[in-house]
Ligand binder design. Structure first.
Ligand SMILES: *Cc1c(COP(=O)(O)O)cnc(C)c1O
Length: 422
């Protein structure tokens, strides 16, 4: 199937007389005829459902659709993008381990890694995604367990050189995890470029309508845990909490990562997505292949308009010829990048504030990547505790405006910007 068809049909094929739409299995528990039947599930000897804290059929249908779209072998939904990124790393790294991550990642992920996971004893080295080969090489340690980056960084809009980082990760016997939230599998499939695990904040384009917070993890099924058995004991040695099964042996390349993540992390942390939310997410994904190109087309026109305006100091958009990441974006995302643009006005911070007050179509919201055009001034909201110097050091200058271009008529979006600039 092509991606447009998968968006509609993958993950669920109704049998004779069954519902055309995926069913919402809004149930905490599942009934069995005998205790033996249920025992097999608890031993991971049979697949099935027993408690929605770990797994739910509605969620699994949507996860299977996403796995198909990303070209992976298995997938799971989580309650948020934060939970997806946490699980993707914690599934293979524990106290005493180390991760190499791109420095230009989403602020929430940066905090998760740099503050909370450090408290758990996991060390992180953050590298400039455009660093030299020597610098990248120096970041690895004997206890490094994974490399992490975002296809298009939020909000820096840096395009990640997936192939290069995959090669470096594999040379050190560890997987590459890529957060593909901004590109979506419509514009880029990181697994095709060497990534091993893909994560999503489904809150963004996948849902696409500002309706549900959620996340997803997809396994590419290519990373050979057994070939690096000493690095990944959680996957390659017996799990005492499941009568000594070894995930990499029992579930193979395609299934070990997601099975372990479900059986251990979802069991213990319970960051499950509600089945109702999974249903809404699925509705969003059905139109993903239609919405994403429109987001890109609109953003391209808005970025072009802004870059030609005499009150605009600078525009960052990887689809704009001359952008630092234009060529790399053409390689990884030939059909378009995303709908998010950042720009600054010549009047700086105060001009940004005045401009945003006048907008009528673009709404001020702490959100990106959905149908509604929305706009945010980080220096005045998400990053307002930082000084101007700290803002500049973090790559989010005091004048930076983040504009997430929606799928309204682009003439209305541009007219709105024009009147507010005036
Ligand atoms: C929003 C976002 C997240 C966090 O996702 P939530 O669903 O808000 O928890 C992670 N990564 C990226 C790239 C994001 O944009």
């Amino acid at each position: 199937m092509e991606r447009e068809t998968m968006c509609i049909q993958a993950g669920y094929s109704p049998k004779n007389g069954e519902s055309r739409m995926i069913p919402i299995i809004q149930s905490t528990t599942f009934k069995y005829d005998t205790s033996e039947d249920m025992g097999k599930l608890f031993d991971l000897e049979a697949s099935g459902y027993f408690y929605t804290r770990l797994q739910n059929p509605t969620n699994d249908m949507v996860a299977a659709k996403l796995a198909a779209l990303e070209g992976g072998t298995a997938g799971m939904l989580t309650s948020s993008g934060q939970a997806a990124n946490f699980f993707s790393v914690f599934n293979i790294a524990t106290c005493g381990d180390h991760i190499v991550s791109a420095s230009t990642i989403y602020g929430g992920t940066f905090n998760l890694f740099n503050v909370t996971m450090r408290k758990m004893g996991i060390e992180f080295t953050f590298v400039d995604p455009d660093c030299s080969d020597e610098e990248l090489e120096k970041a690895f340690r004997p206890n490094t367990k994974a490399v992490f980056g975002e296809t298009i960084a939020n909000p820096a809009l840096v395009v990640f050189d997936i192939e290069r980082f995959a090669k470096a990760a594999h040379a050190h016997g560890v997987p590459l995890i890529v957060d593909n939230t901004f590109a979506t599998p419509i514009n880029c499939r990181p697994i095709e470029w060497g990534a091993d695990i893909v994560t999503h904040s489904t809150t963004k384009y996948l849902d696409g309508h500002d309706a549900t917070v959620g996340g997803a993890i997809i396994d590419g099924g290519k990373f050979d845990w057994m070939a690096h058995a000493d690095k990944f004991p959680g996957l390659t040695t017996p799990d005492a909490s499941y009568h000594g099964i070894t995930y990499a042996e029992k579930f193979g390349l395609g299934g070990a990562f997601i099975t372990k993540c479900t059986a251990q992390l979802m069991r213990d942390f319970g960051s499950i997505q509600a089945p109702m939310n999974a249903f809404l997410l699925n509705l969003g994904i059905e139109s993903l292949a239609v919405r994403v190109p429109r987001h890109c087309e609109n953003a391209q026109k808005v970025a072009g308009y802004l870059s030609g305006h005499d009150k605009v100091a600078w525009v960052t958009y990887p689809g704009l010829p001359g952008d630092k990441y234009y060529e790399r974006a053409k390689k990884y995302m030939p059909n378009g990048t995303c709908g998010v643009i950042s720009f600054g006005l010549k009047g700086g911070r105060s001009a940004a504030e005045a401009f945003m007050k006048k907008l009528k179509v673009a709404m001020i919201a702490t959100h990106v990547a959905d149908a509604h055009t929305c706009i945010l001034h980080p220096a005045n909201s998400t990053h307002r505790q930082l000084t101007d110097e700290e803002l500049i050091a973090g790559g989010v200058g005091p004048d930076l405006i983040r504009l997430s271009v929606g799928i309204e008529n682009v003439n209305d979006i541009i007219a709105d910007i024009e009147q507010a600039l005036a």
